[in-house]
Write a protein that binds this ligand. Structure first.
Ligand code: ZN
Length: 269
């Protein structure tokens, strides 16, 4: 599933080809995504793209009269084609640009979304989202204040979009490991020092992933290439039974809030 670093990598990959360019028309081959593709998007013609932004895991294409909001769902991806090329089975949407380039959306599982909004302030999918993890608002002090009295285990609590956006299962596992914190601990039980370290660790891990993603940006221009997701360097996620890189003990796995949770009992407390 695309997580925040992949979405940010996608944004950086498509932005140079879209911002300042003009959407000539939109070709929707299959509108049955998680929700039906908005009518307004299907009817767009000769619309300049003012900017390509991101909020949480949503890509936001700013047009003159409103916004196209794209969510990649479980398996969605975007790439830029330099010329017309025949769509494959799961290529559901093309934005055909005035300079001949095409932004192509591929989504085998069709859990993604293409929605229109006249006004982002009133957009229901973006309402109630917590701060961006890489913003200054998200820091140790914010997280510490918010975590007092919270009895929820720290890992599912961190993955709650109202607390902070974009910390998905992979990054919650990795950040708690690097910060030496057991995922099952109630949020309130973390010391101030632990919470500050955790906030910094989340930022570091996300930044490093986005940097790694940057090396795959060329893929956005390969018509036959794979989407711009990248192999991530992971310490514990998906590594049940493998040896902990810090101490050599076996990595354990449990379900926590129905999500696979990986940790080292020796290194995390
Ligand atoms: Zn260990």
């Amino acid at each position: 599933m695309p997580e925040l670093p992949e979405v940010e990598t996608s944004r950086r990959g498509i932005e140079p080809h879209l911002a300042g360019n003009v959407i000539q028309y939109v070709e929707v081959r299959n509108s049955r995504l998680r929700w039906p593709v908005s009518e307004q998007i299907m009817k767009l013609s000769d619309q300049p793209v003012l900017s390509v932004q991101r909020r949480a895991k949503y890509l936001l294409l700013e047009l003159v009269d409103g916004w196209i909001i794209v969510h990649l769902g479980m398996s969605g991806s975007l790439r830029v084609l330099l010329h017309e090329s025949p769509p494959a089975k799961h290529d559901h949407i093309d934005l055909v640009m005035a300079d001949g380039k095409i932004l192509r959306y591929t989504d085998p599982r069709r859990f993604g979304a293409w929605l229109w909004s006249d006004d982002l302030e009133k957009c229901s999918v973006l309402a109630h989202l917590g701060p961006e993890p890489l913003s200054d608002v998200f820091n140790g002090s914010y997280l510490y204040t918010l975590s007092r009295n919270k009895k929820t285990a720290i890992k599912p609590w961190l993955m709650d979009n109202k607390v902070v956006v974009g910390v998905g299962n992979i990054y919650a596992n990795e950040a708690l490991y690097v910060a030496h914190i057991l995922p099952e601990r109630p949020a309130y039980s973390l010391t101030q020092e632990e919470v500050y370290l955790l906030a910094d660790t989340i930022k570091q891990i996300l930044r490093r992933s986005i940097e790694q993603g940057g090396t795959t940006l060329k893929d956005f221009l390969q018509s036959d290439g794979k989407p711009g997701y990248f192999a991530q360097e992971l310490f514990v996620y998906g590594k049940k039974g493998e040896l902990c890189p810090m101490c050599g003990e076996k990595i354990e796995s449990i379900k926590l809030g129905q999500r696979s949770t990986f940790f080292c009992r020796q290194c995390q407390h």
